[in-house]
Write a protein that binds this ligand. Sequence first.
Ligand code: SF4
Ligand code: SF4
Ligand code: SF4
Length: 573
Amino acid sequence: MITMEVDSRNLEATEGDTILAALRKQGVHVPTLCHMEKLPPSGACRLCVVEVEGFPNLVPACSYPVAAGMKIRTRSPRVLSARKMIVELLLSGHPDDCLYCARNGGCDLQRLSQEMGIRQRIGVPRKSDKEMDVSGASIIRNPDKCILCGKCVRVCEEIQGVAAIDFIARGSRAYIGTAFDEGLNVSSCVNCGQCILVCPTGALSERSYVEDVVAALADPQKYVVVQHAPSVSVTLAEEFGLKPGTDVDGQMVAGLRRMGFRKVFDTSFAADLTIMEEASELAERIAHGGKLPMLTSCSPGWIKFIEQFYPQYLANVSTCKSPQQMLGALVKGFFAPRRGMDPAKIVSVSVMPCTAKKFECSRPEMAREYVPDVDYVLTTRELAQLFRMFGVDVGAMVPEATDTPFGERSTAGKIFGATGGVMEAALRTAHFLLTGKELADLKTQPLRGLKGAKSMQVQIGDLEVGVAVVSGLGNARRLLDEFTAGRRDLHFVEVMTCPGGCIAGGGQPFGADINAIRARMQALYKIDRDEPIRTSHSNPSVARLYKEFLGKPLGEMSHRLLHTHYAQRDVVL
Ligand code: SF4
Ligand code: SF4
Ligand code: SF4
């Protein structure tokens, strides 16, 4: 540790830290627009400048190391004036239509302009010659709102390993675009929405279906049902000022009913079903020499990634649909006929942590006789917006239970929301299916936590099963490259598109730091610790569905409704 002087106070810092890292550890606020935790500094925005005694120029805190005895001023008149000028210049060509912007009220540029006390525009708004890109099923790009911070480019390439977007041209002509300026819909974008999470402005946003859902709820001819993904109940509260990890499951269900949804189902029920099918598929592949390692299939960004970058491994991908699509297929293929309803009259809505789910529900594989199994996907953020529109105060609702027949879940289905959760749930059931006995300790500690790549050997009866868990597509890419280089110790691999899994999905509330994401994860594991039904195969509602309708896992009806196949996809890179 070293000591430095910051704004006339002595503070400690770790040698080797940048000034920014050291100041943040000590709770000193320094604004930035381009800095990304865990990635090398890009120094693009210069907002983090500080004054260091003895230095003629202001110093960018993000890229300059601390030194013993350093005297730093973070709010001197010179520093404040430089920061204000940077924001004024960013705003000089920027549109003034905050009131109509997707990020109004949650925009870093807007907040900084307020923080700096900017009351007058310098320059005139400049209309970019690039049109808005509304071609994608999940992501909308608005070049007018872009301040060229580069965070979307970095997350897409350095974290996700996709590189669908990049800087194009130089200087004042520079902009962010796709290869050959094509729409995102034909690019290699996997719709993960991680770029939206890091974008400080309204230049990137999800394609919203809030208006469509409002219209459906108001239509007496429609029967609107909703499902909510495992992670949503532990993240939604942040949108209403509650602390990260607060579980509002019952209140959310009550709020959804208040808005007019006729049935509220739990996607975690379908996660249990996914485990029944996927664990059976794994057992069958192991017993009959099927393609191994088997790769999970519940994360739609990952599916598009492997379709376009690694089609040679498509045979390794489980044929199970994702829990969202399994439940969607059951709503229209089981629930509707049982009630004597026309599936086309049902509007099936899902609330997901994920922007890629919007793309997934629009895939042709996810419709039968041209009727999509899921009609509209709302992100957690959009659900919060819907609640605000309907005046529902989620925190004040009296908790209610989800509806039968797809309301009951195990905690195995619930932990799907964190990286490692699918694997842990699958191991519990695979052990039971292969040995007839429960796994001694249902908790598989080495698979928990936010590390991007984890692996272990698990003893199941006489068999030693190699499993791995990766989250973030950059980690998935590295693992697939290891397979190509000859790695052969794995039987089963869980892949989640977003780093940390669905709790950090591209549709989750903005502004979550690592502590918030950890709190979300811990909330899921607390549910797993506290509740009695902890395995998918012990979910009574799942057992009933097999008895009354599906028959058995991997049976004919399951194959018809719950499984699919994917094929190589050509994209404009
Ligand atoms: S990006 Fe921010 S500053 Fe720009 S219009 Fe939208 S809300 Fe306003
Ligand atoms: S949604 Fe994901 S893949 Fe698409 S541009 Fe954004 S970060 Fe890249
Ligand atoms: S789109 Fe957003 S994240 Fe990307 S460079 Fe522009 S402002 Fe930054």
